[in-house]
Design a protein around this ligand. Structure first.
Ligand code: STX
Length: 318
């Protein structure tokens, strides 16, 4: 049985949004949102990864559409939000404010918050800023974007497990600049020359796609070839990371005291090479009432069967 067929049996059937909209959040940025499932059900907001990854139709299949009012949106500069791949006025504080603006726009009092990877980062900071608005947190592939985590994935660490995938990512940059790959990629991803930007985006994105699953999926790797996706993803990620996500290192762990009352489930793939398990562990330690599920046979992606299974168990229990 292929992995694709298996995951179809775990996830809820495909549903289409019943309402979509564009929310103007600043003079520059407009956010695309979509709503599916049961509008009279419990509201849940889905926070996508990257930053810059955009929301995907499959993300709503992690929720029973009869039970949940499912809200998805594309963060600034990605997916169907405009302007495309824009870095100005694109930062963590604005992204948190956008979630709150969307909640108010949809006239929802409080909602469940669901996010993986960068989506876990942003979910945590959102909940810490608006602790009465998050009814629960369902978090996967914990990423707190500390310098240690960024160094592990983009400079040295994951490189030791995936030297084959790391080589083209590293060698895209001349040796003289390889000492700081995030900075070197930033220069290229923000170049005036679209050819340079696109070439860098492809290598940056390939590295992440190649390392996201315990068993790499060729279809997933193709995302790096989709330059419309890769340019926004790579530019926005790199912009957030070179700026230390616009908060002090360790900000999230230091602010966990504000969210102890929020029921929290943490789902983490043991062999997550993008966001190693130690971050989930440290978060769990700071949130003693949280439940932590370490999935023994998975990496980073919510598309992995055993991660998907745990996520659906968690949302069914909300
Ligand atoms: N980035 C982690 C992250 O949030 C370092 C992420 N990784 N892949 C994704 O997001 C997509 C699934 C959106 C491609």
């Amino acid at each position: 049985m292929s992995e694709i067929a298996d995951i179809d049996r775990i996830l809820y059937p495909k549903v289409e949004p019943h309402t979509t909209g564009m929310l103007v959040v600043s003079d520059l940025h407009t956010i695309f949102w979509e709503r599916s499932g049961n509008i009279a059900g419990q509201s849940v907001v889905v926070i996508h990864g990257g930053p810059g990854g955009g929301s995907q139709p499959a993300y709503r299949q992690y929720f029973d559409p009869k039970k949940f009012d499912i809200i998805q949106f594309d963060q600034r500069g990605c997916g169907k939000s405009t302007p495309y791949a824009e870095l100005q006025e694109n930062n963590t504080q604005n992204s948190v404010a956008d979630i709150e603006a969307l909640r108010e726009h949809l006239d929802i009092d409080s909602w469940h918050v669901f996010g993986g990877s960068w989506g876990s980062t942003l979910s945590l900071i959102y909940a810490q800023n608006y602790p009465t608005r998050a009814k629960s947190l369902t978090l996967r592939g914990i990423f707190m974007c500390r310098k240690s985590e960024l160094h592990w994935f983009y400079q040295h660490g994951a490189s030791n497990v995936f030297p084959d995938a790391f080589e083209p990512y590293q060698n895209h940059i001349p040796e003289s600049e390889q000492g700081d790959l995030i900075a070197a990629y930033y220069t290229r991803l923000t170049s005036d020359d679209a050819t340079i930007r696109r070439a860098a985006a492809k290598e940056w994105t390939r590295w992440e796609m190649a390392t996201s699953r315990l068993f790499p999926d060729p279809e997933y790797l193709d995302k790096a070839e989709d330059l419309d996706f890769a340019v926004a993803f790579a530019r926005i990620e790199c912009h957030y990371f070179i700026n230390g996500i616009f908060v002090e290192d360790g900000h999230i762990l230091r602010n966990c005291h504000k969210i102890q009352h929020i029921p929290t489930t943490i789902i983490q793939g043991r062999y997550d090479m993008v966001c190693p398990t130690v971050s989930a562990w440290e978060l769990h330690r700071q949130m003693p009432k949280s439940s932590l599920v370490i999935v023994p046979d998975a990496g980073h992606s919510m598309g992995e069967v055993s991660i998907a299974r745990e996520l659906v168990i968690a949302t069914d229990a909300l």
